[in-house]
Design a protein around this ligand. Structure first.
Ligand SMILES: *Cc1c(COP(=O)(O)O)cnc(C)c1O
Length: 947
């Protein structure tokens, strides 16, 4: 046996455990289990056509060689992306720390107070800098955030009688090109009419409901938007502003002008460029729109003892509850990046940010001076970091590239230069030397940064920001390191115990997969550099696309979408474009089974489709008769069906081929939600079952860590007929021949983290991938059999097997007054994160162990559930003062001199022997959700409240 194979590291059960596990499951071999699990008619007949596995060492050598193919030019392209400096203390303690990057979305607030606090800091920082009342905890990128702003303003327009029928949205021609492309993508299906123009010539007519401005403009110009905004307000037109967050340190906050929404990216707050992402976008707005905000909002509330506690607020806006009426389809956001940006804010504080913003601005001003002395004309009268030189762009480009410098060349006679935090005096002088050379003059040297053209103008910021204690306290590294550790310790992540969230696939995020993310040759590449400077990336992205295409059995892949939900939207938009290309403009019905994930209906609505819900039968599978009836009924207008496979109930439906056939026969396309791909890789695939497109969640099946709620990557893989419609980008050509407009801002989405999935596939190879799927199925069935007699499992396949996940029914315990959340919270006392609660069936838990968990960990988890089951049997409804209702138990409770609970402290905190060996303490008692929503507070308390 090759003990150095990565598969042995990735897959949890040891070879010597397998026999016993199979015995528990009741089969003789893994092959028999798979035979009993997956219907024969969809099994793949041969192994995946992928390269043989590399060892970890071989992979690291391979990826280091590829890294050298990315050219490390000094890049001043700007356009929403700027080199920034990740504080090393943040890089090491957050980005490279599994305590942070392996956490899940903070649904279990009691064991997530650390990242919730970091996200509250993020919201506070954004609200302060933008001058708005509240901010969310991240969107996917600036362009999608701008599109969300447009749809929010569209959704609230009917609050104004005069605007009920308005469908026009004004877009300043100063908007970033990728943002415009995304606005087009999103406007079209909603029948919003975009009007692009010069804001100074806008006529404020009746039929506009909103407008968006860029601040500063793409050209770099700073406009005084106050008169425009005042006039728009008078005309009842709502205003969104896309603002550069670093510029806001020096410029008037847009909130001061009374705008409705401010969006942007926080990339330049310490986040690597990563050839396009991932980065956290922000979205800030007024209190009056709080129920319309897209994405996650963190709010302050209290726990059972009245202590301050944090949680995700206003969840009733979100897709998992509101489905087709949700405010957006956002599920996975960019939590890890928002945490990093917030820590950048904590590290620098307001004074540090001022220093950086001044440095960047003064570099631009000094550069302008020097270039003017050389005889060049600089066009922008007011600017923050971006200047425009009128000259022969081709000549400059030639000399600049020879000096390993990238500028942006928007026109033949224009060179645009955006400076950043990392630009040194030497860099400035190198830029000047390029221009001097072209002018045939001796260069000029800048020796200090003095000139400032903003400070004395009316555009200069005159309000304080980030005055809270947290931004003014941790400025020595020791203090910050300990603050980050303090928060980390409050959160349960995969480096503590299994997180068996059904549908979320919390598998190992191996160190070898993660290491290259820290290499500057991967981190420091701007998404719009010429392709020939990013050959390392191009190779990795192409190979990953090919690998995913092979794994899904399709014809091509687009890596652009930044989450599963964005993949759904992208796939549906490709389907829409396909129908339209055939003249079928009327096809707009989307069939979605009732058991579908909430993002499915939310995405369908965004794609301009009408959702028709189809029934599930009592075994949890799609009711084929009902589906057939509805497909027939809508056959003239059928656009698509969205199905999840194996089903959200964890069953490989054997009727799947019949289902896809019915939809095809009625003119529809089949969208497969690939969240459950961990049950398919190497054994079957979406192409094989007759789907036309699927998204994959690379942050589930393909080992990108969840990051506490993002980043994610949601590529779509498509059959031949949909390839021409894969999404494009307005700056770097990508996508199909008839590409739909952009789905994400960057051409290849979140390229940096694509390295992780590439590593995963490359180190597992065809055999390791298949073996992973088999072991995922083994682990789930092992749990199912171990829990037998204690919990009822809902739904299983025709031969009685679970797929890669399984559902246990907790509804019968209601008669004892025990709800599923009590079990979820009691699991915390046992050191475990709860499985998925109440999806897809209310009152149940969906358990997905993944292949990465060892037999020992599965046993601890099963022992915990069985022990909880025994606890349930001892409680009575009339006496809710019990160990389940009071869970989780904090150290503070346990060590208090008052203990008047009818059970021992030991039972509360150490219910099984293994717990005391590695106890995890929740930092608060059960949080009060209702109180938090009633008293919404989404920023850190101001300084005074700490005094
Ligand atoms: C996770 C999930 C999604 C959404 O994916 P995100 O990356 O969170 O946007 C969609 N469908 C199912 C079944 C899922 O489990």
């Amino acid at each position: 046996m090759n003990t150095d194979s990565f598969a042995l590291r990735h897959i949890g059960p040891r070879p010597e455990n397998i026999a016993e596990m199979l015995k528990t499951v009741g089969v003789d071999s893994l092959d028999q289990l798979i035979y009993e699990t997956i219907p024969d008619n969809i099994r793949l007949q041969k192994d995946l056509d992928l390269n043989e596995a590399l060892s970890e060492q071989e992979y690291l050598e391979h990826i280091t060689k590829l890294a050298a193919k990315n050219k490390m030019f000094k890049t001043y392209i700007g356009l929403g992306y700027h080199q920034s400096i990740t504080p090393p203390v943040v890089q090491r303690n957050v980005l490279e720390n599994p305590g942070w990057y392996t956490a899940y979305t903070p649904y279990q607030a009691e064991i997530a107070q650390g990242r919730l606090e970091a996200l509250l800091n993020f919201q506070t920082m954004v609200a302060d800098l933008t001058g708005m009342e509240l901010a969310n905890a991240s969107l996917l990128d600036e362009a999608t955030a701008a599109a969300e702003a447009m749809t929010l303003l569209f959704a609230v327009r009917d609050r104004d009688q005069k605007k009920r029928k308005a469908v026009k949205f004004f877009v300043s021609e100063e908007i970033l090109p990728q943002t415009l492309s995304l606005l087009q993508t999103r406007a079209n299906p909603l029948e919003i009419e975009l009007v692009v123009g010069n804001h100074e010539e806008f006529n404020f007519s009746e039929d506009f409901f909103g407008a968006i401005l860029q601040y500063p403009g793409t050209s770099g110009r700073i406009y005084n938007y106050a008169p425009f905004i005042a006039q728009a307000k008078e005309a009842g037109i709502k205003i969104a502003v896309a603002a550069d967050i670093l510029s806001l340190v020096k410029l008037q906050a847009p909130g001061n002008f009374g705008v409705d929404v401010v969006v942007g990216t926080t990339q330049r707050f310490g986040i690597p460029l990563g050839y396009g992402g991932p980065h956290a976008a922000y979205f800030a707005t007024k209190e009056e729109y709080k129920r319309n905000i897209p994405g996650r909002i963190i709010g302050v509330t209290k726990d059972l003892d009245g202590n301050v506690a944090l949680r995700m607020a206003l969840q009733t806006r979100e897709q998992h509850i509101k489905r087709d009426k949700a405010t957006s389809n956002i599920c996975t956001a960019q939590v890890l990046l928002a945490v990093m940006a917030s820590m950048y804010g904590v590290y620098h504080g307001p004074k540090g940010l001022q220093y950086i913003a001044n440095k960047v601005h003064r570099s631009a001003a000094e550069l302008t001076d020097a270039l003017e002395q050389l005889g060049y004309y600089q066009e922008n009268d007011y600017y923050f970091d971006t200047i425009r030189i009128k000259t022969n762009a081709a000549k400059i480009k030639e000399v600049a590239e020879a000096s390993e410098i990238n500028f942006y060349y928007p026109e033949e006679d224009t060179v645009s230069i955006s400076l950043n935090e990392a630009t040194s005096l030497t860099d400035l002088n190198n830029i000047i030397a390029v221009f001097a050379h072209v002018a045939g003059k001796a260069s000029i040297k800048v020796t200090s940064l003095e000139k400032d053209i903003i400070d004395k103008e009316n555009v200069a910021r005159d309000s304080d920001f980030m005055t809270n204690e947290v931004f003014n306290k941790y400025h020595s590294e020791t203090e910050l390191m300990r603050y980050i550790k303090k928060l980390e310790r409050k959160d349960l992540s995969l480096n503590h115990s299994m997180i068996s969230l059904g549908s979320c696939t919390m598998k190992l995020n191996a160190a070898a997969e993660m290491l290259p993310l820290s290499y500057p040759q991967w981190g420091n590449i701007h998404p719009f550099v010429p392709i020939d400077q990013a050959q390392g990336y191009q190779e990795v992205l192409k190979k990953l696309e090919d690998q995913l295409t092979e794994i899904t059995g399709f014809a091509a892949t687009s890596l652009q979408p930044n989450s599963g939900a964005q993949g759904e939207f992208a796939g549906l938009m490709a389907i829409r474009a396909y129908h339209e290309s055939r003249g079928d403009h009327h096809r707009n019905i989307c069939l979605i089974p009732s058991s579908a994930h909430g993002t499915n209906p939310a995405s369908a609505v965004m794609a301009g489709m009408k959702v028709v819900v189809t029934k599930a039968n009592e075994s949890g599978s799609i009711d084929v008769e009902d589906l057939k009836e509805k497909a027939l009924k809508h056959k003239d207008n059928l656009s698509a069906v969205m199905i999840t496979y194996p089903s959200t109930h964890g069953v490989y439906e054997s009727a799947i081929k019949e289902i896809t056939q019915i939809v095809h026969d009625n003119g529809g396309q089949v969208y497969m939600d690939g969240a459950n791909m961990n049950a398919q890789v190497g054994l079957t695939n979406p192409g094989n079952i007759g789907a036309d497109v699927c998204h994959l969640n690379l942050h589930k099946t393909f080992a990108i860590p969840h990051g506490g709620g993002g980043p994610g990557v949601g590529p779509i893989c498509v059959a031949k007929q949909l390839v021409p419609f894969l999404p494009g980008n307005p700056i770097i050509k990508t996508g199909g021949e008839n590409a739909i407009n952009a789905i994400s801002a960057a051409p290849w989405g979140s390229s940096l983290v694509c390295l992780i999935s590439y590593a995963y596939i490359t180190m597992l190879g065809p055999k390791g991938l298949k073996s992973s799927t088999e072991h995922a199925i083994l682990n789930a069935n092992y749990i199912k059999n171990r829990l037998e007699g204690h919990f009822t499992t809902l739904y299983s396949g025709e031969r009685g097997r679970a797929a890669h996940e399984m559902i246990i029914d907790c509804r019968p315990f209601k008669e004892k007054g025990i709800e599923v959340v009590d079990i979820a919270k009691r699991l915390i006392d046992y050191g475990f994160h709860s499985p998925t609660v109440s999806f897809p069936v209310a009152g149940t838990m969906m358990i997905e162990p993944t292949e990465s968990e060892s037999k020992e960990e599965l046993d601890r988890f099963c022992d915990a559930l069985i022990s909880i089951r025994e606890e349930i049997s001892t409680v009575v409804k009339e006496e809710p003062n019990n160990v389940l209702k009071n869970a989780p138990h904090t150290l503070k409770m346990l060590t208090s001199s008052d203990w008047d609970f009818p059970y021992s402290r030991e039972k509360a905190a150490y219910p099984l022997p293994y717990v005391s060996d590695n106890k995890f303490w929740p930092s608060v008692r059960r949080v009060d959700d209702a109180y938090g929503d009633r008293n919404l507070m989404c920023t850190c308390a101001p300084m005074e409240e700490y005094m």
